[in-house]
Design a protein around this ligand. Structure first.
Ligand code: SAJ
Length: 424
């Protein structure tokens, strides 16, 4: 069996490498020739534990090859981006062009699996597109007379956590949504080659909404925590203590507040539902709003803190601890911490110290005079105001004594965690 994985990004490359590690011949296809060359050299263009070793092995034993051209295969897995464009509308053009590329090499008996996050109904839409391009083949949707189907199509969303992708690819349960039950059964057989979790079968529309539901659920739950954190701030109550105590109830499990929600999934996917169902998605829309407003609240809080010092901003220095969108990763995309740091830089402080232990150079957006990417000790020693934006493990050893004469604004509960560890 030959599997072709279209799109060698955060999901496609790990999927290709895991399949290849099971002895399957995998052809990875990507429009970016630099990425293709990097992979063919046995290297990787993304930071993800264990990925490099898997890719290196699969390239050297010949199970994995990368190319910019579509080639014949038995199974095609589409894992290309579906970004939001203006007015927060999802753009499925990369999926469409992958479908066109696959159509050019498609043969009777092939299976196509779509993994990209998509609006409900996309799979049916893509099947229609492919069947219009290949009228010589019978596709599941247009098979009204129940003729023999030449090509199978299923929607199987990825649900892996960045930082744990390889482990979760293998261990997580999968949702396999077929255009027909046979399509789902055939796709399930492929996942069973490497998935240790269970593969649950459904139709493609349910599987599409299931992916969007999972991330919207998390967004909504984080919004609850963020809303509580603002209420607590106003009421002068320690949010972290409140949540810890509320979570002692056997049926309460509140997530952690933060500076807002980042990344390319949780803050994005709810819009796929909102766009398709604007009049029905009240909670989902409100959650997006609450999480976005939490970032603005943090920026306001910093401004108010400056005013309360009775010093002019030019006489003050500030440190922002953490820039990535969540702890212990180097990914700065859609990061609320980056947005806050950017606003802080524009406020006109004497010096802005940025601490992000997972990167070596300040990102272009934040590069300017009076802004320094430094280590934790330098920042803490030099700044009067310390803003904690990400709960990186490397911050756990922060010496509380160094903070005694500082103004600390803690968006993530790091202080509570350190005090708890030290038994203060
Ligand atoms: N966050 C909080 N409080 C929390 C948990 C998270 O503020 O209690 C913030 C994080 O700091 C971050 C954002 O939410 O800014 C998202 O982080 P995350 O760890 O919740 O999720 P992602 O974006 O890394 O991965 C999510 C996962 N989805 C769910 O947990 C439902 C993952 O399983 C998906 O595969 C991934 O989205 C995706 O690709 O869709």
């Amino acid at each position: 069996m030959i599997v072709s994985v279209i799109g060698l990004g955060y999901i496609g490359l790990p999927t290709a490498a895991v399949l290849a590690s099971k002895g399957i011949k995998v052809i990875g296809v990507d429009i970016n020739s630099d990425i293709v060359n990097t992979i063919n050299d046995g290297n990787v263009h993304i930071v993800e534990p264990d990925l490099h070793a898997l890719v290196k092995d699969s390239i050297s034993n010949g199970n994995l090859t990368a190319t910019t051209k579509y080639e014949k295969a038995d199974v095609f897995i589409i894992s290309v981006p579906t970004p939001l464009i203006e007015e927060q509308k999802p753009d499925i053009n990369f999926v469409k062009s992958a479908a066109e590329g696959i159509a050019s090499v498609l043969e009777k008996g092939n299976l196509i699996i779509l993994e990209s996050t998509c609006p409900v109904g996309t799979s049916e839409h893509i099947v229609e597109l492919m069947s219009s391009l290949r009228s010589d083949l019978s596709f599941p949707q247009n098979n009204k007379e129940n003729k023999e189907i030449d090509v199978n199509f299923a929607y199987c969303p990825e649900r892996v956590l960045p930082g744990k992708i390889i482990r979760e690819l293998v261990n997580n349960d999968r949702i396999v949504g077929g255009i027909t039950p046979d399509c789902a059964m055939n796709a399930k057989k492929l996942y069973e080659v490497f998935v240790k979790g269970s593969c649950f079968i459904t139709d493609s529309r349910t599987a599409e909404l299931c992916k969007l539901t999972e991330n919207s659920f998390r967004d909504m739950n984080i919004a609850f925590a963020n809303e509580l954190s603002i209420i607590c701030d106003k009421a002068n109550i320690d949010t972290w203590e409140l949540i810890e105590l509320a979570n002692k109830h056997p049926r309460v499990s509140i997530l952690e507040p933060g500076p807002g929600v980042g990344g390319h999934c949780i803050a994005v996917d709810p819009w796929f539902i909102i766009n398709s169902f604007p009049n029905e998605s009240h909670l989902i829309q409100t959650s997006r709003k609450v999480n976005t407003q939490k970032t603005e609240y943090m920026i306001e809080k910093i401004k108010q803190t400056v005013s309360s010092t009775q010093k002019t901003i030019k006489d003050l220095s500030i440190a922002c601890l953490g820039l990535s969108f969540k702890p212990n990763i180097d990914d700065l995309r859609e990061s609320p911490a980056m947005e806050i740091a950017d606003q802080v830089i524009q406020m006109g402080f004497n010096k802005v110290y940025l601490v992000e232990p997972n990167i070596n150079e300040a990102p272009d957006l934040l590069k300017c005079n009076d802004v320094l990417l430094t280590d934790l000790d330098v920042a803490i020693n030099s700044a009067e105001i310390i803003v904690i934006l990400v709960k990186h493990k490397t911050f756990y050893n922060l010496k509380l004594s160094l903070l005694s004469d500082k103004i600390v604004i803690d968006a993530v509960g790091l202080m509570k965690l350190i005090k708890g560890k030290k038994g203060v």
